[in-house]
Design a protein around this ligand. Structure first.
Ligand SMILES: Nc1ncnc2c1ncn2[C@@H]1O[C@H](COP(=O)(O)OP(=O)(O)OP(=O)(O)O)[C@@H](O)[C@H]1O
Ligand SMILES: [Mg+2]
Length: 276
């Protein structure tokens, strides 16, 4: 249930300029028990754009990403403070159904994780669960084409998804995600287990997918961020009281600015590899 948008306008003037905002992150802090993993993040995600999250290990990129489809709900100690709105609706409103959130905000993980089912059923399964009533063969073909995998698998749709190469498996997972027609796709280091050619194929795919979807991608690959992302958010980690480290957003801007003329020295150091 994700109706009842607030009266706030979706079109805002942010530091990014006038954009249609899909996800708004307002003063968000995220805790695991008493440990604060992420502190006071403000970040708007514009529609039909690609936003990259970059930053050193442990600065909370995955933690924040998981909040956007409420996957942190599955971690008992995790707690979110502040406000995340999705198309104007408070994502953490008790009336919001997390299953519906995850249908609208899909996720692709670091390790390809196809179901132990046929290639065909990897796509049909999720669609059926979500009540898809249309032509399943058509949906399977369209999704596999959308993920640039169709030509490689069209003659073996009954083979196991696990029989594919890693790069193919990742594209199968992307096909599975787009089959349920989400509005936003979260990708947590989707290419880190892939070879350079598969990586470029997934990057090409991201370029195409943004016509239709909004994408947030976490990556440790600076070239990848500069190739695929319209906007880039640089996160860093800092020692807090008691020595524990919390992650925070240092700078968020057009990708070209983050890489060529960042406002913060820490960003400059990170993107130029002079870090730590
Ligand atoms: N399930 C969890 N329970 C407790 N602490 C966690 C949990 N997941 C992450 N953390 C902690 O939260 C902080 C942020 O972790 P997170 O995985 O979000 O970082 P990251 O930026 O994605 O790092 P990486 O680049 O290595 O993937 C880390 O200190 C981590 O140890
Ligand atoms: Mg991570």
């Amino acid at each position: 249930m994700m109706t009842n948008p607030s009266t706030q306008s979706n079109s805002v003037i942010s530091p990014l300029g006038a954009e249609d905002v899909v996800i708004r992150t307002e003063n968000v802090s995220i805790f695991y028990g008493t440990f604060q993993a992420v502190r006071n993040v403000f970040l708007d995600v514009p529609k039909n754009k690609v936003v990259a999250f970059i930053g050193p290990s442990g600065c909370g990129k995955s933690t924040l990403l998981r909040c956007y489809n409420r996957l942190n709900d599955l971690i008992p100690s995790a707690r979110v403070e502040g406000k995340i709105t999705y198309q104007g609706t408070d994502l953490y409103d008790p009336k919001v159904d997390p299953v519906e959130v995850r249908r609208r905000v899909g996720m692709v993980f670091q390790r390809p994780n196809p179901f132990p089912k046929t290639i065909y059923d990897n796509i049909a399964y999720g669609a059926r669960i979500n009540g898809y009533k249309g032509d399943m063969d058509e949906l399977v073909e369209r999704s596999l084409r959308g993920a640039a995998l169709w030509d490689e698998v069209k003659d073996k749709l009954k083979a196991s998804g696990l029989s594919l190469s890693g790069g193919q498996q990742q594209r199968l997972c992307i096909a599975r995600t787009i089959a349920i027609e989400p509005e936003v796709i979260l990708m947590d280091e989707p290419c880190s287990a892939l070879d350079p050619i598969s990586t470029l194929r997934v990057e090409d795919l991201i370029h195409e997918l943004k016509q239709q979807f909004t994408i947030i991608i976490v990556t440790h690959n600076m070239q990848q961020a500069s190739r695929v992302a319209d906007y880039t958010a640089f996160f860093n980690a800092e020692a807090g009281p008691g020595g524990s480290r919390f992650g925070y957003l240092v700078e968020y801007d057009r990708t070209e600015r983050i890489f060529n003329s960042p406002q913060q020295q820490a960003t400059q150091d990170y993107v130029s590899g002079r870090f730590g």
